[in-house]
Design a protein around this ligand. Structure first.
Ligand SMILES: NC(=O)c1ccc[n+]([C@@H]2O[C@H](COP(=O)([O-])OP(=O)(O)OC[C@H]3O[C@@H](n4cnc5c(N)ncnc54)[C@H](OP(=O)(O)O)[C@@H]3O)[C@@H](O)[C@H]2O)c1
Length: 334
């Protein structure tokens, strides 16, 4: 497989090209029966990007660090010797992650934060600065867990897998709460941290989703919030040449997210946890993208293929998604 060679100085302006060449490469690899490259930690998956930036001894702030991808990222950066500031609402879990980071020989603090509250986000940045004096990397991981709990939705047994024709007007409150966390919950800490990251010429990374790129069944509300942050951070990148902004769009990752999301009653997403990427592997890839200043990455060969298809053959992707949507609708009681 011939890949387009990119010089180390070009990664910031070639993200779409690298995604597309990666997608084509992955499809060819799959067609030839080769092992999927980014499921193999030993493969130098990042060879097509630029030189790496080290965050050893630098201050890394992570929102959503109490579980899943955020926790895995915290452990990864602690291993690499970063000074950690970890934020989430569940203090007990956060304290455990802090202990695990400290056991790696680095310094770490926990800050209890609800990212939908501006004051909490201000406090997070103030505490990070008070403890470590600077902020070099802000990673936004926090997501929609626990906000999908208006009793109406819980009782109706509907949630993130919810085709729009089943949405009743009162359930639109759900959309507002999702926006609060998935959109404003990213922007509040970013705005607070911006002057400090600007002065350290640091990085911001946001965990978005493949849903923002590829339309899928029952995910309109969630995908819309992720597409909104993708647009926000793309503009931020243009406005802030001294800050490196990385958008990461994972596919399926084995975390708590599905345990807490609400689905139609009796609906089972027929997907084995073992077929998903592990949080640790996801964190490893994220760390690689961030340290190489990748702009906007779709994870996994299959995700890249989906993005490629949605970009060039949107009608075909619609047809496939509609079929899945019908399957979900059939499981929702009227
Ligand atoms: N797992 C996947 O398949 C997948 C796929 C694509 C994208 N993603 C994205 O990856 C990110 C991480 O998700 P995950 O899978 O790791 O889920 P997760 O295990 O449920 O983690 C979500 C994190 O967000 C925190 N959080 C939720 N609401 C918060 C709030 N109001 N204030 C502060 N922190 C809050 C949670 O901590 P507390 O509850 O302690 O506050 C938790 O640490 C999300 O942005 C998600 O959309 C996940």
């Amino acid at each position: 497989m011939v890949r387009v060679p990119l010089s180390p100085s070009t990664p910031r302006c070639t993200s779409r090209l690298t995604t597309l060449t990666g997608a084509v490469g992955s499809v060819v690899d799959l067609g030839r029966g080769r092992k999927r490259k980014d499921n193999n930690p030993k493969t130098n998956y990042f060879s097509r990007y630029g030189p790496t930036k080290s965050f050893q001894g630098k201050t890394v702030v992570i929102t959503g660090a109490s579980s899943g991808i955020g926790k895995a990222l915290a452990l990864r950066y602690a291993q690499l010797g970063s000074k950690m500031v970890l934020a989430a609402r569940r203090r007990d879990l956060l304290d455990d992650v802090v202990k695990a980071c400290i056991s790696q020989g680095t310094d770490a603090i926990a800050v209890t934060v609800d990212v939908t509250k501006e004051d909490d986000c201000k406090k997070l940045i103030e505490e990070a600065l008070a403890k470590f004096g600077s902020i070099d990397l802000l990673v936004i991981v926090s997501s929609d867990r626990n906000v999908l709990t208006p009793s109406q939705i819980l009782n109706a047994g509907r949630g993130t897998l919810m085709p729009l024709r089943h949405v009743k007007p009162f359930e639109l409150d759900f959309m507002k709460s999702l926006t609060e966390i998935n959109y404003y919950g990213c922007i509040y800490p970013t705005v607070q941290a911006l002057p400090h990251i600007r002065s350290s010429k640091g990085n911001i990374a946001v965990i978005s989703s493949l849903s923002a790129k590829v339309p899928s069944e029952g995910r309109a509300f969630y995908a819309a919030t992720k597409a909104a942050i993708n647009s926000f951070y793309s503009c931020l990148r243009v406005e802030e040449p001294d800050i490196t902004v990385t958008l990461i769009n994972p596919g399926f990752v084995s975390t708590e997210i599905n345990d807490h999301s609400f689905k139609p009653k009796g609906f089972k997403r027929h997907m084995e946890e073992s077929s998903k990427m592990t949080a640790a592997r996801c964190a490893e890839l994220c760390e690689g993208y961030i340290s190489r200043g990748v702009i906007d990455e779709v994870m996994t060969p299959l995700g890249k293929f989906g993005y490629f298809m949605a970009y060039f053959f949107p009608g075909l992707v619609d047809i496939i998604s509609r079929q899945k949507s019908k399957q979900i609708s059939a499981l929702i009681p009227e």
